[in-house]
Design a protein around this ligand. Structure first.
Ligand SMILES: *Cc1c(COP(=O)(O)O)cnc(C)c1O
Length: 417
């Protein structure tokens, strides 16, 4: 049997990037330790200077983390990866590795609420963000100026469910010597490999689909190694440019990440690695369920607007079809008023009211009163967060049960005066 063909996704999820484990354990061992001892002072000195392989202290590196990082780098087609304590710290560390006071970021306004809050914290460091409601080449190009240093977007915006044209944005960014950073949390490596489309840095909150059961917080940054950083435009990278394609990872791992200290717990990365192994199967079912639920709710007179990139009336249906292998597992539905949205949530039987996505079970939330509670009214509108909107992170339940659950909840609500 020939084996030259590129393996399929589920095969790659199980086998790619695995590091040899000397006892032969099939799963990555959990190195639940702070420090690593060495036979001699000379040896530890070498480890500290990267002159010998090995580990010194878990905030600087840990074998359980290294296994997950190597798998994620292989899956995304990057040259390396650094894992973090959370998706938020991954975004913060990736950006703080390259930005300095006076720099500007151009970002989609349809971002995860925490990321918008982070950009507002960056203002206090002198890093300004220009937000774009609908991020296209046409809307971004006029905002690029001599201070622009990063273009940042989510592949599938959470919760607006807009889909970025990664290839077009990367091409525009590179024409101006700017890297494209993408948060691919909601798309996962199963739906898109942004580096293949030109993205320079890919970030995931692996707390979500990758871990998959809502059991642990973690994040990861993957670098393509392709962007050419210069001292003039990226003074934050000074001292690391000598590493060439590894410059970003060196600055990140040996400087920003090590010193800010958001190292992930080994146990959490064990869970992320475990989740990765079934990600393909889960995404297939989750995306199928989301499509079935979105279509059913759209056809029901009990609900208002339903947004899902897999519906043909989504403004992002075409780009999603072109760029993604499926349309994702999140949809939003409008209920007419905040009170009705609350009441629908309260009457659902199978859908947990919780602030998370990417769980095996279906989760619902009213974003306006929770995740976006601390954003301005304008920020909420720009992110597609309306007062009557429910976000649904579709789970693995049987689609018929989910559809039935939403219909029965809406029926109860419509009978209540
Ligand atoms: C959840 C989420 C984050 C933040 O990740 P944490 O692991 O919760 O810190 C960032 N981006 C997106 C798209 C998310 O859904």
């Amino acid at each position: 049997m020939g084996c030259t063909k590129t393996p399929g996704l589920q095969t790659r999820l199980l086998h790619e990037g695995r590091r040899p484990e000397h006892h032969g354990s099939t799963l990555p061992p959990i190195y639940q330790t702070s420090a690593f001892t060495h036979a001699s002072a000379e040896e530890l000195e070498k480890v500290f200077h990267h002159q010998a392989p090995g580990y010194a202290y878990t905030r600087i590196g840990n074998p359980t983390a290294a296994d997950f990082e190597s798998r994620m780098a292989a899956l995304e087609g990057g040259i390396g990866a650094v894992s973090c304590a959370s998706g938020m710290s991954a975004i913060a560390m990736a950006l703080l590795s390259v930005l300095s006071s006076g720099d500007e970021v151009i970002a989609s306004s349809c971002l995860f609420g925490g990321t918008i809050d982070l950009f507002s914290d960056f203002e206090k460091l002198g890093i300004h963000t220009r937000f774009v409601v609908d991020m296209t080449v046409e809307t971004v190009a006029p905002l690029i100026n001599e201070h622009t240093r990063v273009i940042f977007t989510e592949v599938i915006g959470n919760p607006k469910l807009n889909v970025a044209d990664v290839a077009a944005l990367a091409e525009l960014a590179h024409r101006h010597d700017i890297p494209l950073f993408v948060d691919s949390t909601t798309a996962t490596p199963c739906l898109i490999r942004p580096i293949e489309l030109g993205a320079d840095v890919v970030i995931h909150s692996s707390s979500k689909y990758i871990s998959g059961s809502g059991n642990a917080i973690s994040g990861i940054i993957i670098d393509s190694g392709r962007f050419r950083w210069t001292a003039e435009r990226y003074p934050a990278m000074n001292g690391f440019l000598k590493y060439g394609p590894m410059a970003f990872l060196a600055r990140l791992r040996d400087d920003t990440w090590r010193n800010f200290g958001p190292c992930p717990a080994p146990m959490n990365l064990y869970l992320a690695s475990l989740g990765l192994e079934t990600l393909g199967l889960r995404m297939e079912r989750l995306c199928g369920n989301a499509k079935a639920l979105a279509s059913a709710l759209k056809d029901s007179p009990l609900f208002g607007d339903v947004t899902y990139p897999g519906l043909s009336d989504s403004p992002w249906h075409d780009i999603a079809g072109k760029e993604l292998t499926a349309y994702g597992a999140i949809l939003t539905v409008r209920c007419g008023s905040k009170e009705r949205a609350f009441s629908v949530i309260n009457h659902l039987r199978y859908c947990a009211n919780a602030t998370n996505i990417g769980d095996v079970r279906t989760l619902v939330i009213h974003p306006a009163s929770t995740i976006y509670a601390f954003n301005t009214e304008q920020e909420r509108l720009d992110a597609g967060v309306y007062d009557d909107l429910i976000r649904v992170s579709v789970g693995l339940e049987d689609a018929e049960d989910l559809i039935g659950d939403f219909i029965q909840a809406a029926e109860v609500v419509s009978r209540t005066p």
